[in-house]
Each structure stands twice: as C-alpha cells, then as structure tokens.
Design a protein around this ligand. Structure first.
Ligand code: HEM
Length: 127
C-alpha cells in the first residue's frame, strides 16, 4: 500500500467519523424536539383557611379591642368609644358579644337605632 493511499484512507475515515457524529447530533436534536422533556410543575394546592371570625368574637371583649355581632355581621367598634350618643357603657357591655337585640331596642328602650346609626355602623364592619 502506498503512502498516498494510506493518507486518503485516513482522510476518508475522519470524514466518515465526522459525518457519523453529525448524524448522531442531528438525530439527538430531532428526537429532543419531538419529545420535549415535560417539566411537570408541582401544583401547590393552598387550602383556603376560612377564618372563624365568629369564633374569635368573644376574644375582643374590651374597649380597646371591641367587636360586636349585629344581625349576623361582626363590627369592630373600638374607635367608637367617646362618640356613641348612648354612652360608652352601653357599648362596652356588648364587647365580644352578640348585641343584635340590644341594638335593635336601644337596650330595651323598645326603639331601634336610626337609619343614621345603621349607616355609621358600616364603617366598622369586619365581616
Ligand atoms: C352595642 C350595642 C348598642 C347599644 C346597646 C346601644 C344603645 C343605645 C342607646 C340606649 C341609645 C339612646 C341614647 C339616648 O336616647 O340617650 C343609643 C343611641 C345611638 N346609638 Fe347606640 N347602642 C349600641 C351600639 C351602637 C353602635 C355600634 C352605633 C353606631 C356605630 C350606635 C349608634 C347610635 C346612635 C347614632 C345613636 C343616636 C340615636 C340614633 O341615631 O339612633 N349605637 N344607642
């Protein structure tokens, strides 16, 4: 075998190898495109916690932290002390309690609070 022939042979094998790797590369790329790796997102399920606000009512039983329940709603009336025409004591008695009946009768006076009183109430609504 002549030197020239050997050189040609090795050149051909190098080219062959190159082509082989190129084909491999192309195949790998094509396969990658066909079957992309699906990265599954782990779904974070957050369970909504319903704050048991009615269960908390009894804890807010002082002037500085006064919640009252009225007709199925909770109001934080802490800042109304000093402004209640019926006096602070009337309010304080019901901190942490359901005051529906007392509110509707102005503490057994037999008359409901005025529409204005109901309107004022809305600013204190928690839930
Ligand atoms: C917690 C239970 C409550 C009781 C037992 C109560 C009781 C009373 C009473 C006895 C009066 C009459 C005062 C008088 O005639 O001299 C009165 C008046 C009044 N209260 Fe209350 N009250 C309560 C809560 C509230 C709240 C939460 C508000 C408003 C945010 C409010 C607003 C008013 C207003 C505006 C008046 C003047 C009269 C009227 O507009 O109805 N009260 N309240």
């Amino acid at each position: 075998m002549s030197n020239r022939y050997l050189r040609q042979l090795s050149q051909i094998s190098i080219i062959n190898f190159a082509v082989f790797f190129l084909v491999l590369l192309i195949l790998a790329t094509v396969q990658n495109k066909q079957a992309p790796i699906v990265k599954r997102k782990v779904r974070q399920v957050t369970v909504p916690t319903i704050r048991d606000i009615f269960g908390e009512l009894h804890m807010h039983n002082m002037r500085s932290d006064c919640w009252i329940a009225l007709e199925g709603h909770i109001y934080n009336v802490s800042t109304y002390f000093g402004s209640h025409p019926g006096g602070d004591q009337e309010l304080e008695k019901y901190c942490g309690k359901d005051a529906t009946q007392a509110f509707q009768t102005q503490d057994d006076q037999g008359k409901d609070h005025s529409p204005d009183a109901y309107a004022q109430l809305q600013q204190f609504l928690i839930q």
